[in-house]
Design a protein around this ligand. Structure first.
Ligand SMILES: C[S@@+](CC[C@H](N)C(=O)[O-])C[C@H]1O[C@@H](n2cnc3c(N)ncnc32)[C@H](O)[C@@H]1O
Length: 382
């Protein structure tokens, strides 16, 4: 039993390491001798489960499970994430682990089975939108090659909704989607806010590619979404006489993520939400010398540079009184570019400016976001 329990603990640690900071965790289910216990994820506090009126940090799950199941001959633990389930089966003398991924049902009028992924945007209800966007086939199925895109956009909208629900802006919202591309995110967000949530909003999409803007304008007309506007424009050229409450960017390439972050800061937007595509901004500016023994492997150096780039972006936002949460908004199986930075204005943190200054001093030359901010400031003055 002791050997089995140790193996169980090790497997669990492995799963938890993967889950750390992941907002995709839905719940943990325990089954033993005909009994069942469900520990739902605490939506407001990623990294916690709700267990009999207490909040259980994920790190303490192994101890909790050992106490509950350690002396049972057989038991099952299911760790259910959006899109995948890890099943750990405790058997006499052994532990079996099984990972399954679920497909998205095209409609879900019935409650899904535990572990079945349920989209935030109900595809059965949003048929007209999804068909017009080319995400759904005429007979109501999500197209195989659009599943990933739909899932990412759906998660993005779900996490925006969470921010709005917990934030001060609940009456009218102006949203700017930077590098909107074909604007799947903007359209699905508009559908959610106006048709489902009944929250008046204006959504502006900008992109420097004229073709995607023309295609977005055509879809906008087809859908009759008069509160949306699409402009062929560079992010740094954006001008607005009215306040912009939320600045978004999803996989905006090259320097566009930093441009969008800088624009959000420049506009003092209440929310800035970015899923970076390229984190190469600081490559060549970081002194990896102290880490030569590790960075002799290029892949390690590249990953470190990615972390430093996103870390500095977060520190820059924090230094300007934003509270930032960093989450894996979808599983890396959906896209390796799965880090989302969600920033809300109005949360000064002691030491945040000093922290940022100290971090900046460790980077050779200037940080791209700062340069873009200067450009925007300069434009404002001239
Ligand atoms: C990878 S696509 C992502 C599109 C969309 N956000 C999505 O997730 O489907 C990146 C888009 O950013 C646009 N883009 C890149 N740099 C830009 C800039 N400086 N100003 C405006 N648009 C830009 C590109 O034209 C492209 O359409």
């Amino acid at each position: 039993m002791q050997k089995r329990n140790q193996k169980f603990k090790n497997s669990l640690q492995m799963v938890l390491l993967r889950l750390k900071d992941r907002v995709t965790l839905k719940k943990v289910e325990l089954y033993w001798e005909g009994e069942k216990e469900i520990l739902p994820a605490d939506k407001k506090n990623p990294g916690y489960l709700l267990a009999s009126n207490t909040r259980l940090p994920l790190e303490q799950l192994p101890q909790y499970l050992e106490k509950k199941l350690g002396n049972r001959e057989k038991a099952t633990v299911k760790i259910i994430e959006r899109g995948s389930t890890v099943k750990l089966e405790l058997l006499p003398g052994d532990v079996k682990m099984e990972i399954t991924t679920q497909d998205e049902p095209s409609t879900h009028e019935n409650s899904p089975e535990p572990g079945t992924r349920q989209n935030f945007i109900r595809s059965g209800e949003a048929g007209e939108l999804l068909k017009t966007l080319g995400i759904m086939t005429p007979d109501g199925k999500i197209k195989a090659d659009m599943r990933r895109k739909f899932f990412q956009v759906d998660r993005f909208v779900e996490l925006i909704d969470e921010l709005i629900e917990n934030g001060p802006l609940k009456e009218k919202l102006t949203v700017l989607d930077c590098g909107c591309g074909k604007s799947y995110l903007s359209f699905v967000l508009n559908y959610w806010l106006t048709e489902k949530k009944r929250l008046p909003c204006k959504i502006i999409g900008i992109d420097d590619n004229p073709e995607v803007i023309a295609s977005s304008q055509k879809i906008q007309q087809q859908l009759g979404y008069h509160n949306m506007e699409f402009r062929q424009e560079k992010i740094l050229d954006f001008q607005s006489s009215a306040p912009v409450d939320m600045v978004l960017s999803l996989h905006a390439c090259d320097t566009a993520t930093d441009e969008a972050l800088a624009l959000g800061l420049h506009l003092s937007s209440s929310y800035i939400i970015a899923v970076p595509c390229c984190q190469a901004a600081l490559h060549g500016k970081i002194d990896f010398h102290p880490w030569e023994g590790i960075c002799k492997h290029n892949i390690f150096q590249n990953r470190l540079a990615d972390v430093f780039t996103d870390g500095l972006r977060v520190a820059a936002l924090e230094a300007r009184n934003y509270r930032v949460s960093v989450v894996e908004y979808v599983s890396p199986l959906e896209t390796p570019k799965n880090i989302m930075l969600r920033a809300s204005r109005g949360y000064p943190q002691p030491g945040a400016r000093t922290n940022y200054q100290q971090l900046k001093a460790k980077v050779r030359g200037t940080v791209p976001l700062e340069n873009f901010l200067k450009t925007l400031e300069h434009g404002k003055k001239s």
